[in-house]
Design a binder for this molecule. Sequence first.
Ligand SMILES: *Cc1c(COP(=O)(O)O)cnc(C)c1O
Length: 500
Amino acid sequence: MKAELFYTSTRGKAHRITSSQAIVKGIADDGGLYVPSFIPALDLPMTELIKMDYRGLACYVLGKFLTDFTPEEIRICVARAYDDKFDSGDIAPLVKAGDAYFLELYHGATSAFKDMALSLLPHILTIAAKKSGIKKEIVILTATSGDTGKAALESFANVEGSRIIVFYPDKGVSLIQERQMITQEGKNVFVSAIKGNFDDAQTGVKNIFNDREILKLAEGGNYIFSSANSINIGRLIPQIVYYINSYLRLLERNEIKECNDINIVVPTGNFGNILAAYYAKKMGLPVQRFLCASNENNVLYDFINTGSYDRKRELKLTMSPSMDILISSNLERLLYDICDGDTDLLKGLYESLLNNGSFSINQQMRERMSDFWGGFANEEQTLSAIKKAFYSYGYLMDTHTAVGYYVYDDYKEITSDMTKTVIASTASPFKFPHSVLKAISKNPEEYENLDEFSMLDKLSETAHQEIPYPLKNIANKKILHHNICDISEMKDFVKKSLDI
Ligand SMILES: *Cc1c(COP(=O)(O)O)cnc(C)c1O
């Protein structure tokens, strides 16, 4: 008999809940993250999987994890998520440039990879809430380093039975990212900048989830909190799909043979996207190495190379703001896996992180993550990577993808490993026109005096590419949200938004 898949917290053994319950709750009461009790295997041969289009594959993979959903429910969610909001029929096209394959994850409604999961989440959440017998209004609390916020606002705006509240770091996101958020329409959307960085926003949100006073008030107001961040397992599962899809497309194009290993490069912040790739491998995808690429906030690079996670450092603001993170939440899920679910050990590590700002893992755990390679790029190297790809291969990439591309080149030089490599391309270059122009423009005077919105047109002209539809006309949209609060006032902002 097949074992039943259930969900449990990384920090407490006892509770077993269904996928719907895990998705509705977002984060466990003990502060841990929900993880599946095992990773289901791909039980069809590649020769069968290859026949599926993106939607078909999504239904297949989601069905393995969302075990209390019917196939019809999943099919409806997938059809609503991956429709003509995506400006590519392939949903996540794989584009070859030089010897690398860029997995473009930014063709959705807000031009960043967060759309891949967030287009789906409201549909899944609505069904999950029904299954769990929840009649309350669901409040999505979100901290964003720039891209999650807009993707969540866009997908939850005007969804019946939900409200969405987004906190972003003031001056910690790009001008375009901020404008995308503060022009969001919808009667159930609330947005505020906070005077702090992303880690402050994320910690503030996690604290609200565990704050008795506010939970009680929410209960009285008939609200229940959930999360659209990658701490929610419902965010991660849809992300597994595109890694498997990229492998199938390589097979289809005869770039690899069945069973050949590939490498996967992921520009990383909260460790969610790379964890999804790791889960794909655990399902049976042949992956040799995961290249975890960081910007100057290279806490993960240090961790992979030393086994010690040390957040006691200043957070730097870089041109890849969605990776300006020192507390990579989803690392906890990897650690859970490589210590075979030893929740006491994990609790100890995270207490140490809270109290001392650091923790170290044992040798055995280190060996079990030897398929991870850590690299990083500084600001200059990031620009050089954009320039190289553009002038050598005519390929235009954003600053986050460039961090990945730089680390890929560096890795090849160090190891001489020529394994075919997929690079997660996480945002449209048009989200960061200033930095991208800085990298490719031959004459700074051409753009330096322009405002960020005119730079969109300049970039379009310089790179001979059209501005993606979600970013066109953004300069003319009305600003609807003007809020800014201290970290200590986040709770009050939630109360005010919910009128509790
Ligand atoms: C969120 C984001 C990342 C980091 O992804 P994680 O899942 O947090 O590691 C990288 N690039 C872009 C453009 C992003 O929006």
